[in-house]
Design a binder for this molecule. Structure first.
Ligand code: ARG
Length: 567
């Protein structure tokens, strides 16, 4: 990274370490103040001088081939020697590939990412969609910077509602309707149960009996339950396939059934369990939080019991060093409780448990309710996005060979990018027409810049053949104009964007970076002639183009977005 290199070089001139300088260096708001600025306040205590004096005295002492330095008030402003810096970078990053080299921040540490996690026989909600996309992006970004990432789909496949579901299925189940649209059919059965139980309280009793049978491992009950699971998974899989999302593990809540007793016992032995209205709870009064219920008065477990057991399993058995939970912000309290109970249990790693919350998503101004947000509805959203994309492609490039495939990549990419572009905690207002647009801050805008780059590179290859670009074949002397330099500065910031996105569990940092990089490229492209006679200048510019292509391609893939080479 540019800032790091310059900081290192400055460290041999100044009484500060490279790291201290790196932390202090700023990027001036205006280009004419140089590329980097060092506020001299950090030196004033040590040198017992005011920052203005320091800047004035040191400026003449800091001469180097790498920069011109100027004192401006309390700042030292550095204007970098563009051709020199660019040439050095390029020669160590042949073919642009080195631009996407990332620092090994993760050092092989295992991060387990809980993502998607829809509920069986219930609609795949918009929250699950956001969790899937954000989780998938984090999975790839963290892996890229050296973490050993493992993702888990923590399906909601257990709980008393399955007793109700069985009763409803036996009473009113219609296999043809289920085959046609399983989730819709199961949802209406569930709704019907709640209507009917008003007049027929015995249904509630039956439901409890069925759930008890299920918990006891009764074969008939298990068969019904398995059918719900198989039907739901098939539905969910269609979405995962279209989104290009895969899971290392699909472990539903039921997986922890035989592991909860041991956890309850451990809590008991530690003296953490207390009775409250017949239930067994861990009190969290000191933290001002409601108690965490471990066992209900009827002896059954709840969501929290299962999550506590899950966290222990992920740490102890799956070897997770860090546990991420990509779940809506409405569950913040739940995850605080889980982390606190683990802390009380004396697990120092409870600090490594991290809830990654996100806000709501509205579609064309409407809140997508779970009721409406059934699988079919989410698929309709994707279909509509693809439809928009197809229309745009027809306009732009009617002769494109695999239009439908490209439209699928663009439409879905638009939805994913639109979700990831804003800080995840914000509510996303989704307007499909704006999102699927080749102009503006959209996924298709970045995808289009990438396709344009591929076209340029293909042309270059046709006209000049495979070129061996090295310091003897290019020179940045003539390719150090403002547009090339701006683009170059964006390119070298790529690893920093990844590191930031990972550190803050915030894919929006990468999405924003890609927009800015594509914009810098488009400005460069508008103002530059690339196919020129002067071969060393042409090669230098083509090297920048290649590097841009490499960053955009990898960045989009990390976000889970496809990159058609032709649009
Ligand atoms: N199934 C839950 C829901 O739909 C989300 C589960 C999130 N993961 C977890 N470990 N609690 O609300």
């Amino acid at each position: 990274m540019l800032k790091k290199r310059i900081a290192q070089k400055l460290a041999s001139h100044l009484p500060l370490s490279g790291e201290e300088i790196f932390q202090a260096l700023e990027v001036p708001a205006h280009e004419n103040h140089g590329d980097l600025a060092l506020p001299c306040f950090i030196l004033s205590r040590m040198l017992k001088q005011n920052p203005q004096q320091i800047a004035g005295e040191w400026a003449p002492k800091l001469t180097s081939d790498y920069w011109e330095v100027e004192a401006a008030g309390p700042y030292l402003n550095f204007k970098l020697n563009r051709p020199l810096v660019m040439e050095q970078y390029m020669s160590s990053n042949r073919d642009g590939a080195g631009f996407t080299a990332a620092p090994n921040i993760g050092q092989g540490k295992r991060v387990i990412i809980d993502m998607s996690s829809p509920n069986i026989a219930k609609p795949f909600g918009i929250g699950h969609l956001r969790s899937t996309m954000i989780g998938n992006a984090l999975y790839h970004i963290l892996r890229k910077i050296g973490y050993d990432t493992v993702n888990v789909n923590h399906l909601g496949d257990w709980g008393t509602q399955f007793g109700k579901q069985i009763v409803a299925y036996l009473e009113w189940g219609d296999d043809a309707a289920i085959a046609a649209d399983p989730i819709k059919a199961y949802l209406s059965l569930y709704v019907k149960f709640h209507q009917e139980v008003e007049n027929r309280p015995e249904l509630e009793l039956q439901a409890r009996e069925w759930f008890a049978k299920l918990e006891a491992g009764d074969e008939t009950a298990l068969n019904y339950w398995n059918k719900f699971i198989t039907d739901s998974k098939t539905e969910f899989q269609r979405l995962y396939d279209r989104l290009g999302v895969r899971f290392d593990h699909v472990l539903g809540e039921s997986f922890y059934n035989d592991k909860m007793e041991a956890v309850a016992e451990e809590l008991e032995q530690l003296g953490l369990l207390e009775e409250s209205d017949g239930a067994m709870v861990v009190r969290l009064d000191d933290e001002g939080l409601p108690p965490c219920i471990i066992r209900k008065s009827d002896g059954s477990s709840i969501y929290a019991t299962r999550d506590l057991t899950t966290a222990l399993y992920r740490h102890d058995v799956m070897g997770g060093d860090k546990l991420l939970y990509v779940v809506g912000s409405e569950q913040t309290l739940h995850f605080r409780q889980i982390a606190l109970v683990l802390e009380r249990m004396g697990k120092p790693w409870s600090k490594q448990l991290q809830h990654v919350p996100f806000g709501l998503m509205r579609m064309n101004g409407q809140k997508m309710s779970t009721r409406k947000g059934k699988v079919v509805f989410l698929e309709e959203v994707l279909d509509e996005a693809v439809q928009h994309a197809l229309l745009k492609i027809e306009e732009k490039n009617p002769d494109l060979a695999d239009k439908h495939e490209v439209a699928e990549a663009i439409g879905i990419g638009a939805v994913v990018f639109g979700d990831l572009l804003h800080s995840r905690i914000l509510n996303v207002d989704f307007n499909l027409a704006d999102t699927v647009n080749f102009e503006g801050e959209t996924g298709p805008y970045v995808q289009y810049a990438y396709a344009r780059i591929q076209r340029l590179l293909t042309r270059a290859e046709l006209e000049y053949g495979q070129q061996q670009a090295d310091s003897t074949t290019y020179s940045f002397q003539e390719a150090a104009d403002d547009y090339s330099w701006q683009l170059f500065k964006h390119l070298v910031a790529y690893p920093e964007a990844l590191a930031q996105a990972a550190e803050r569990s915030e894919p929006s940092v990468l999405a924003r970076y890609l927009i800015e990089c594509a914009q810098a490229f488009n400005r460069f492209y508008r103002h530059q002639r690339i196919f020129i006679e002067n071969s060393s200048e042409r090669t230098a510019k083509l090297e920048l183009v290649k590097a841009t292509g490499a960053c955009l391609e990898e960045g989009l893939h990390l976000l889970g977005i496809r990159t058609p080479v032709e649009i």
